[in-house]
Design a protein around this ligand. Structure first.
Ligand SMILES: [Zn+2]
Length: 283
């Protein structure tokens, strides 16, 4: 009996000993499955915020994408002349208007049905608004020549820009539009000012023939300079205010150069026509 009991116990223990590794194996396998499951669900949670953050990325990059559209390299430059095709020439008259030389010049241009370009000083426009209106009414182009004719390369950029802005406002109040072209006094300009003027959408106009008429140069000297230096597409610099003897030599030279250049096959055009530029800026 005792032996039987012992045998039974041993058999039970033996069965247990066999079962334990099997249970242990099951425990390990189930544990691994749970651990994997946890890891997998953990990955999803980690991925979820990444996936949620992705749509924000384009929003953060939006300003960067927009930047190239704002900072366009300016195609503008300083014009000294125009294309040679068509043998055109642009007459330009600076520093006016006044009530002595300007009307005489306008009379000659009108008589010959020639359109020219007047680079006007703000203070002169304010003093002679009727003459500015006449220039505009008779079909000539109007350009900005600063408010009071300082050397732009000797004053701060902000001051130079104010000179242009003040003249623009004065001209707009008289003729009803902002001119698109500017000639800095003496052709003097810093690189920074050049960029800022182009940034306003304005074109900078210099010249290819300086007649030196303001100094009182004799008429034949003015004519010699024009014959020597003019080529098709040229821009001639003269004045319509100030200078010696109220520019009597300029006026006499104008009477001579019109038939002279016409005989040479030249056509007289305004600066915006010569360079194919708009003559007005949008408001
Ligand atoms: Zn000038």
């Amino acid at each position: 009996m005792r032996m039987n009991r012992m045998n039974r116990m041993n058999r039970r223990q033996l069965r247990m000993v066999r079962i334990v590794p099997f249970l242990f194996l099951i425990f390990i396998i189930s544990g691994t499955i749970v651990a994997f499951g946890d890891n997998f669900s953990g990955k999803e949670e980690k991925m979820a915020p990444i996936a949620a953050a992705q749509p924000e990325k384009p929003r953060q990059e939006e300003p960067v994408v927009n930047k190239p559209a704002v900072i366009q390299p300016s195609p503008k430059k300083i014009f000294y002349d125009g294309p040679s095709e068509g043998k055109k020439v642009a007459l330009t008259f600076d520093d006016g208007p006044d009530s002595i030389a300007t009307p005489k010049i306008l009379d000659i241009l009108k008589k010959n049905n020639i359109k020219a370009t007047f680079f006007i000083i703000g203070t002169q426009a304010k003093a002679h608004p009727d003459m500015v209106r006449r220039i505009e009414k008779e079909g000539h182009a109007i350009g900005n020549h600063s408010w009071s004719h300082p050397h732009f390369d000797k004053i701060p950029t902000e001051e130079a820009l104010k000179q242009i802005d003040d003249a623009q406002e004065e001209l707009k109040s008289i003729v009803g539009y902002y001119p698109s072209i500017v000639r800095p006094p003496y052709g003097a300009l810093s690189k920074e000012e050049e960029k800022a003027i182009h940034g306003k959408g304005m074109d900078i106009i210099d010249w290819s023939v300086d007649t030196t008429d303001w100094s009182g140069a004799p008429t034949d000297e003015i004519m010699t300079l024009i014959h020597k230096e003019l080529y098709p597409g040229g821009i001639i610099l003269q004045h319509c205010s100030g200078g010696k003897d109220h520019l009597s030599n300029t006026i006499e030279a104008l009477k001579q150069l019109i038939p002279d250049l016409t005989n040479q096959g030249y056509t007289f055009v305004t600066v915006p026509e010569l360079l194919n530029l708009p003559d007005k800026l949008p408001d």
